[in-house]
Write a protein of this length. Structure first.
Length: 247
């Protein structure tokens, strides 16, 4: 199957198991698998709901340690097990995770997410069951051009979506031999689930630096959304690292 067929198949599995709702759950399972591979955490085929939860918790805890400045933006992937209907959701999520293995998605996930917005494609299909088409549609004339005589220090994208514009910029940076982790990224996507997918993509595409907070992802609709996100991120980091370990 090509990436588009994989995206169709993944979305179809959740629609069959649960319907076109609670989309945070299948995206959480898929995003966990992406991060597990990036964090070199051993994959386990969980046949019980409890095993699925414990495995996912290990991944997200490790991800929060590696990219603490993003962890508050993917909370929708980590808090669904506390929802009132979590028992039914857990069963569906467990079966969904097993089907990702059966479909071959887990086996090919590094290829599926390399240089393309596979996660965003799945999310779009989950939102719109009848949707089909290319995983990574590109519009004519959308190529990003950077000025070679000017150093690239900060890139601002609004709206950022699930990351297609980021991919366009990455192509331009790559052409100039610029490491995207050495660039400061300021991105806004007001839809929370899409923003969470964007954050995982930034890790998968090696944009988010584990050594410094080089990425800011805002969901604020304020005019001064950069300042609003700086404040929200500072508060989230204080909660993650309370005194005397934090600041």
């Amino acid at each position: 199957m090509n990436p588009s067929d994989f995206a169709d198949a993944v979305a179809a599995q959740w629609h069959e198991l649960y319907g076109p709702s609670r989309l945070e759950v299948p995206m959480s399972v898929l995003a966990t698998t992406v991060l597990r591979q990036r964090l070199v955490i051993s994959a386990q085929e969980h046949t019980t709901a409890e095993g699925l939860l414990s495995g996912q918790q290990r991944v997200w805890e490790a991800a929060a340690q590696s990219w603490p400045y993003l962890h508050h933006r993917w909370e929708c992937f980590t808090d669904w097990p506390t929802w009132p209907d979590h028992h039914r959701l857990l069963q569906a999520a467990t079966v969904f995770a097993l089907r990702l293995h059966t479909l071959g998605v887990v086996e090919h996930l590094r290829v599926l997410t390399h240089g393309q917005d596979f996660l965003g494609a799945v999310l779009r299909r989950l939102h719109t069951p009848a949707m089909t088409g290319s995983v990574n549609p590109r519009c004519e004339g959308r190529a990003v051009r950077l000025h070679p005589e000017m150093p690239v220090q900060t890139i601002t994208l609004d709206p950022a979506g699930s990351g297609q514009q980021v991919l366009d910029v990455l192509s331009a940076l790559n052409a100039q031999g610029i490491d995207p982790q050495r660039v400061t990224w300021r991105l806004r996507e007001v839809e929370e689930l899409t923003a969470a997918v964007l954050c995982v993509n930034l890790v998968a595409w090696q944009v988010a630096d584990p050594e410094r907070a080089n990425v800011l992802v805002a969901i604020s609709e304020d005019d001064d959304w950069i300042q609003a996100e700086q404040e929200a991120r500072a508060e989230a980091l204080r909660a993650l690292y309370p005194p005397p370990f934090g600041f």
